[in-house]
Design a protein around this ligand. Structure first.
Ligand code: BGP
Length: 464
């Protein structure tokens, strides 16, 4: 039996835009808008309108989460639901009432609420008016929104996060075309990465000023450890740059208060470095996080690029590294992601050794599988043994890291109840709890029952 630390968080994460549905929401975020414009881009043309109906069924949904042993849950506050006027931060009363009820209900179920402020869901109006995260005006507006959230809910919410996976915003919106506005513009992407870091620091600055009792603030980053294809210097160099760009660009400012110098030098040499001021950099220096959330799904294996990095063409960071597919790797073919649980240990050690052993938790981990009805037994329970094995193996490696002193205080699955996955909509299901999107009937999967035994015993045993 592997024993986990006392008060370990056992839970799961979702986000407002992926679970609530658009019910009574007055404003559109970039994904709402993207769907309205181009529904054919979304799997089976399913949009965010209903999602998992959390707006209407939050009380039942949270009770189900509690029933499978969860003691904590993360969701996000949608800027487009809470705020009526983004310039003046006028609060939408119905939006505020909804989040108040959700928070109260989480607490009433004996769970810890973790509230995130930005999960890819920028109000589209702010993109159209100012260029979204390209603009420092939007950075300021976000800090104002964050402060509004702290003021409204900070009496009960003790754990806050500024962004979820800000790197995915850079990649999706500015590099690889999977978030609206689907641009390919590396230079803008670099500025956006900087601005998102600044926005997080500014939100933290507001948070600290309020000095909410016993409250902590962090950020959720998708830490995808980089592994070089070989020991060859060219592959090692590719891995070094990939690590700088994919991980250190957000990790270093969040924890150490400054950007990696090597990365700044490289971007300057390529003529794409961000615009920044001394004052902003001071804000970043003085407003680092209290705790870190780590989303981990798959490793990032790289090799030296096939084409010389200085070839003519658009500047994109992946001019310095190519993806490498490890022969014989385990893959979840529905999502196309390699399964490599050992990385949990590498992440734990990296944080322990290079990031002052800051308190951290696994804020997302999970496995999206298509057409899970094929695994349903005659009692109607999805027999998702692959998910149990997946979580078990990741927890085993995490446990080893904790046993060696890494300061990890929890594990959250993506996701409690099958929810809407952006362009993939409801193609791949991640939940411990299945959702029939036609009836909105929710049923616990075998993995949910298994998770309850782990959470309630605070121990991981062998799987039968
Ligand atoms: C993370 C996001 C989540 C969630 C998850 C699963 O990157 O934070 O919002 O969607 O990935 O990935 P996907 O939905 O792309 O299958």
């Amino acid at each position: 039996m592997k024993q986990f630390p006392e008060h370990f968080w056992w839970g799961a994460a979702t986000s407002g835009p992926q679970s609530e549905g658009r019910f009574h929401k007055k404003h559109a975020n970039v994904f709402d808008y993207f769907y309205d414009q181009e529904p054919e881009k979304f799997f089976n043309q399913v949009g965010p309108d209903t999602a998992s109906n959390f707006y209407n069924s939050y009380a039942e949904d949270l009770a189900m989460m509690r029933s499978i042993g969860m003691n904590s849950v993360r969701t996000s506050i949608q800027w487009t639901r809470l705020i009526d006027d983004f310039e003046t931060n006028t609060v939408d009363e119905a939006g505020a009432a909804f989040y108040n009820q959700v928070i109260d209900e989480i607490l009433a179920n004996g769970m810890i609420p973790v509230m995130n402020l930005h999960h890819f869901d920028l109000p589209v109006e702010l993109y159209q008016k100012y260029g979204g995260w390209e603009s420092k005006k939007v950075v300021e507006l976000f800090a104002g929104f964050a402060e509004t959230c702290f003021r409204l809910f900070g009496d009960r919410v003790k754990y806050w996060t500024t962004h979820n996976e800000p790197m995915v915003v850079v990649e999706g919106e500015y590099l690889y075309q999977f978030h609206y506005p689907n641009l390919v513009d590396g230079k803008k992407g670099v500025q956006v990465a900087y601005n998102l870091n600044l926005a997080s620091a500014k939100a933290i600055e507001r948070f600290k000023k309020l000095a909410l009792p016993e409250a902590q603030i962090g950020i959720v980053l998708n830490l995808t450890p980089t592994y070089a294809a070989s020991d060859k210097p060219s592959d090692q160099e590719a891995a070094r740059i990939a690590e700088l760009w994919n991980n250190k660009l957000f990790l270093e400012p969040a924890i150490h208060g400054h950007f990696p110098e090597e990365l700044e030098a490289l971007l300057a040499e390529d003529g794409v470095l961000w615009e920044s001021t001394r004052e902003e950099k001071q804000t970043i220096r003085e407003n680092t996080i209290d705790f870190l959330g780590v989303n981990y799904y798959h490793p990032n294996r790289v090799q030296a690029p096939d084409i010389a990095p200085n070839s003519v063409g658009e500047w994109l960071p992946n001019r310095y590294y190519d993806e490498y597919n490890l022969p014989g790797r385990r893959v979840n073919r529905d999502r196309g992601w390699e399964i490599y649980p050992e990385a949990m240990y590498d992440i734990a050690k990296n944080i322990q050794e290079n990031y002052r052993n800051i308190p951290w938790y696994v804020s997302e981990n999970g496995m999206g599988v298509s057409n899970e009805e094929r695994f349903m037994d005659d009692q109607g329970v999805i027999q998702d043994d692959y998910r149990i094995a997946f979580v078990h193996d990741h927890l085993s490696w995490l446990h080893k890291g904790i046993a060696e002193g890494s300061n990890c205080f929890g594990y959250h699955m993506w996701t409690p109840i099958d929810c809407w996955s952006w362009l993939n909509a409801y193609k791949n299901r991640y939940g411990f709890i299945a959702n029939d999107i036609h009836t909105q009937i929710k049923t616990v999967k075998k993995s949910g029952h298994w998770f309850k035994t782990v959470a309630e015993s605070n121990q991981l045993g062998a799987i039968k």
